[in-house]
Design a protein around this ligand. Structure first.
Ligand SMILES: Cc1cc2nc3c(=O)[nH]c(=O)nc-3n(C[C@H](O)[C@H](O)[C@H](O)COP(=O)(O)O)c2cc1C
Length: 267
């Protein structure tokens, strides 16, 4: 099948999903590539269309074993027309549960044909110096795997004469999906005196939760706990509040999810 262009759609507050997508794209090796980074709110205002001669790679981090709740409205604007699609999720070395099946179900409902899926490991958003979890993942091996996955997909696509003949990957997951935890206000970020009010945190917040007039204030109703603000702070002024549920969970992950998990591929 001749693919005219590759579209890469991804949400990646702390950069691990973006790194995986880049490696898959490298393996696919198409010349025309459109980057659709939907991490920031403005970019999620634009709907995405893709035709049958384009390939879409769509990738999201796993939140609570699911596709992040805030992405559902944007994903539902996808206008696909027999478009071949590759779905990828990135999880923090605990589990990806129903995130990949949920993503591929949405894509199929929007008119896409899922050619392949994969689940990768990324440093956990809650990982800290005190409670490290999957630090520096995806690493070289992970990215090599992602690139190989891209190469294999390219071979499959090149060998196909029509999308109707595409193999159907057996994506794992349950129906109904794992229940989402009810969302309440979250207040877990500590800002130390090292904050120089540079505002980088506010610029990088995917939900506009940081007060533009006082960068030390985060709106607990808007915050999605992605930890982008903690990871981008050049002064290391933002940390998890001691005794907060996020710190407790980081400790639990550090103790219970220390064994290295490997990426899995479905083709
Ligand atoms: C609110 C929230 C929920 C998460 N839930 C899970 C989970 O269920 N399983 C898991 O292994 N990792 C989980 N993670 C970790 C992220 O999936 C992981 O760190 C991912 O690499 C982050 O992607 P990003 O770097 O593109 O933001 C969660 C992270 C956040 C912020």
């Amino acid at each position: 099948m001749k693919i005219q262009s590759l579209k890469l759609a991804y949400f990646s507050p702390t950069g691990t999903t973006a790194a995986v997508v880049e490696a898959i794209a490298e393996g696919l090796g198409y010349e025309v590539v459109e980057d659709v980074d939907i991490t920031m709110p403005e970019e999620r205002q634009e709907p995405l269309q893709a035709s049958a001669d384009e390939l879409l790679v769509v990738a999201v981090p796993v939140y609570g074993g699911r596709v992040p709740f805030l992405l559902e409205p944007w994903l539902r604007t996808l206008e696909l027309d027999g478009t071949p699609v590759v779905c990828a999720v990135v999880f923090g070395n605990r589990a990806f549960e129903d995130a990949l099946i949920e993503l591929s179900d949405i894509v199929a409902e929007q008119g896409g044909v899922v050619l392949g899926g994969a689940a990768f490991i990324g440093e956990h958003s809650f990982s800290s110096e005190e409670y490290p979890v999957a630090v520096s993942r995806p690493d070289e091996d992970d990215l090599r795997g992602a690139k190989d996955f891209g190469r294999k997909l390219r071979k499959t696509l090149d060998a196909l004469t029509s999308i109707e003949g595409a193999p159907k990957p057996a994506i794992p997951g349950d129906h109904p999906y794992k229940e989402r935890k009810p969302r309440g206000p979250v207040d877990f970020i500590n800002v130390s005196d090292s904050c120089v009010m540079c505002g980088i945190c506010a610029e990088q917040c995917p939900v506009g939760a940081i007060d533009a007039a006082d960068f030390k204030r985060t709106d607990p109703d808007k915050c999605i706990m992605c930890c982008a603000c903690i990871k981008v702070c050049p002064e290391y002024a933002r940390t998890t509040k001691p005794g907060s549920p996020v710190e407790g969970f980081a400790k639990w992950l550090n103790e219970n999810c220390a064994d290295r998990k490997e990426p899995v591929y479905f083709l």
